[in-house]
Design a protein around this ligand. Structure first.
Ligand code: AMP
Ligand code: MG
Length: 296
């Protein structure tokens, strides 16, 4: 029997990727092939572990994000993007969050000499355009899913992290996402809650020039990004302040990086939002759900 629901979700995913690629190419971006294994990958300050393999007398990580490779890539091309498969061994209980897989795909992009404001504008343009394309090209699929996908209006509101925390308390993302009717930007994260590579605002020590986008209707975090630290002294200081191994991450200093900004948006979460799906697992034919064994 044909699974109409699954078919609709896969078609929406296909149009989503096409719309994203079309917009980014029109803006001068070049698509890179993904890095799947690397000796260094995003440290991630959450409760997430990184998967490793041993090959040719060396330890390799499965990519958790392409952050370091993106920053190196903008030396060669000024605007790049990649559909990057990420493996993150999230806690087994997160399999029930609706938002977590342990293998997922990020549309990861980076722009040389860009600012956070440039990335806020690009993120808005991308999401507005994708929603427009899905409403135009996938009305039958949305109907099959019973989804009323409303048009988005940019610019989205921008709320500093500290203000959101004061109003909604610690771990505010979920509550805030349930309350809003349009996507909302959270900006200015405190340095201690983020990775060392997001740039500290030179005029406001301890405050980062970064952002998250939250979906409305309780779908949670859509993307994270920001300006990047690029001065070796500042990177070294941030690595030290986070208690990370300077031998591992210090080696990144040997790779020249121009000033840049970028973000990564999770594809499964995006399609979950577009289709109004209860769980990201539905977006994949072979979902990798934390804590769940599988045969295929
Ligand atoms: P992060 O670098 O943690 O901000 O991840 C970038 C984006 O990838 C997030 O904003 C999500 O859209 C997506 N993402 C992160 N972790 C997961 C996961 N375990 N499952 C599905 N999508 C994820
Ligand atoms: Mg994030």
């Amino acid at each position: 029997m044909v699974d109409e629901r699954k078919a609709a979700i896969l078609r929406i995913t296909d149009v989503t990727l096409d719309a994203a690629r079309e917009l980014l190419r029109r803006k001068g971006f070049v698509e890179l092939l993904p890095v799947i294994i690397a000796p260094v990958t995003d440290p991630l300050r959450h409760t997430t572990s990184r998967a490793t393999i041993r090959a040719y007398d060396q330890e390799w990580y499965l990519t958790t994000s392409m952050i370091f490779h993106k920053q190196a890539a903008v030396q060669v091309l000024d605007k790049i993007f990649c559909l990057s498969p990420n493996v993150r061994l999230e806690p087994a209980s997160w399999g029930r969050s609706g938002r977590h897989l342990f293998e997922f795909v990020q549309l990861d992009l980076e722009v040389r000499d860009a600012t956070r404001d440039d990335m806020l504008a690009l993120g808005e343009h991308l999401l507005v355009r994708i929603v427009e394309r899905i409403r135009d090209a996938c009305s039958r699929e949305l109907n099959t899913l019973g989804r009323d996908l409303t048009k988005l209006r940019a610019p989205f509101a921008r709320v500093p992290y500290r203000d959101a925390e004061e109003r909604y308390g610690k771990g505010f993302e979920e509550r805030l996402s349930c309350e809003i009717e349009d996507p909302i930007w959270i900006v200015d994260f405190p340095a201690e809650v983020r990775e060392f590579y997001d740039r500290e605002d030179p005029s406001r020590p301890g405050v980062l020039l970064d952002m998250d986008l939250l979906y409305p209707e309780g779908y949670g975090e859509a993307l994270s990004g920001g300006e990047r630290e690029h001065e070796p002294g500042q990177i070294r200081d941030r690595i030290r302040r986070q208690g990370l191994d300077s031998a591992v991450y210090g080696s990144l200093l040997a790779v020249a990086r121009p000033p840049s900004a970028g973000f990564g948006i999770g594809i499964e979460r995006l399609v979950r939002f577009l289709g109004g799906l209860p769980h990201v697992r539905e977006v994949r034919l072979f979902p990798r759900v934390p804590g769940e064994p599988t045969e295929m």
